[in-house]
Design a protein around this ligand. Structure first.
Ligand SMILES: [Ca+2]
Ligand SMILES: [Ca+2]
Length: 359
């Protein structure tokens, strides 16, 4: 494991630095070797490169963001967040009415790729009206998974999922029969709208609809004192060849209110350690994860997947115990060598918001 020497040995650069461009010409002192400036600045004229700076012609004062992507980039994203189901974390984000005429309907929201959702299907529709039943007739009903047999009025699960709600064009199993006709299904987002339809072999006699509600965990509305799992991914990408023989070292600090459940590196070696700053009474200390990447190949994503969970605080209560914004860390730092110089690149943090009434 390679550990980073003191940060003072590096030239520090921060991803996403804001630079103010003042009309009509502004010279930015960042070393343009590393920075890429927002595309739209080109509207104000092509940048001019000097020895270690870059100048733009702009017609009015603007604030631009400089991205550090010409040599190497680091990103950190929250790729999923889950809590126990059911629970306060889960919030209704969409309600989809599924007609019984075979039409496919789509969610308004776009479930994020890889994120966890719960679908709640409820209601009944009439799939076979006015069938002989005893001395009279019955309007046979169906719900998301089961349907009534006219001959005895019993609810049964027909083979091949006929009369059920299909999700994204696929027949799914909504589970065991529920007399209230309410079913739940854990769903993973695909990055496109979820679609629903009722599968029948004769739509002409159908009347009514079913309802699908979509629930998700919102990172901007995490309830107090709830166990939450956060799945995060750090992505490192080399845009230019680095100095041969120099490993990239990435370090990520996990807040003291979280515990590391696990991590997996796509390449290289990762390990967690405790910097030892939590020795005092009842003090909780942060964990760090160090990740050494072998010399990176240009234009390949190197990823470190990290799962953390809210921990218990010194009083034994489940975090989070206070509302407001919480940074899951201060952002990953990448240490690397380029053209003989050591650099340290600060990546973005992941921020969540805790809501609720504090005691
Ligand atoms: Ca029918
Ligand atoms: Ca069924």
């Amino acid at each position: 494991m390679i550990r980073a020497p003191p940060s003072s040995a590096w030239i520090s650069i921060i991803e996403g630095t804001e630079v103010t461009l003042t009309a009509t010409e502004m010279t930015v002192t960042q070393d343009y070797t590393f920075y890429v400036f927002d595309e739209w600045i080109v509207d104000g004229g092509s940048p001019t490169y000097y020895n270690s700076s870059v100048a733009f012609d702009v017609t009015e004062d603007v604030i631009a963001t400089a991205h550090y992507t010409k040599v190497i980039s680091v990103d950190k994203t929250l790729v999923d967040m889950t809590c126990d189901w059911p629970g306060d974390c889960w919030q209704l984000v969409d309600t989809v009415v599924v007609p019984s005429d075979g039409t496919t309907v789509q969610s308004v929201i776009t479930p994020a790729s890889g994120w966890s959702y719960f679908l709640k299907a409820s209601g009944t529709y009439m799939f076979w009206p006015n069938q002989p039943h005893g001395p009279g007739t019955i309007n046979a009903l169906a719900d998301a998974e089961y349907s009534q047999r006219p001959i005895d009025g019993n609810w049964e699960d027909l083979p091949t999922h006929i009369l059920d709600i299909a999700v994204d064009g696929a027949n799914i199993d909504w589970g065991t029969y529920n007399g209230e006709h309410v079913y739940y299904y854990e769903y993973t987002g695909t990055g496109t709208a979820a679609s629903f339809s009722i599968y029948d072999n004769n739509y002409a006699d159908n009347i009514g609809f079913l309802t699908v509600e979509i629930y998700e965990c919102d990172p901007n509305a995490i309830p107090l004192q709830t166990v939450v799992n956060f799945d995060m991914t750090i992505t490192v990408h080399a845009w230019d060849a680095l100095t041969p023989g120099t490993d990239i070292y990435v370090e990520d600090g996990i807040g003291a209110d979280l515990v590391v459940v696990g991590f997996t590196a796509s390449s290289g070696e990762a390990d967690d350690f405790n910097p030892g700053n939590g020795k005092g009474k009842n003090k909780m200390s942060a964990t760090k994860i160090g990740w050494t990447i072998d010399n990176p190949t240009v234009s390949i994503d190197y990823t470190l997947d990290i799962v953390v969970q809210t921990s218990k605080n010194p009083k034994g209560k489940q975090e989070y115990t206070s509302t407001g914004e919480h940074e899951l860390n201060s952002g990953p730092i990448v240490y690397f060598t380029y053209a003989g110089t050591l650099y340290m690149l600060q990546g973005p943090p992941v921020t969540v918001t805790v809501v609720g009434d504090e005691d």
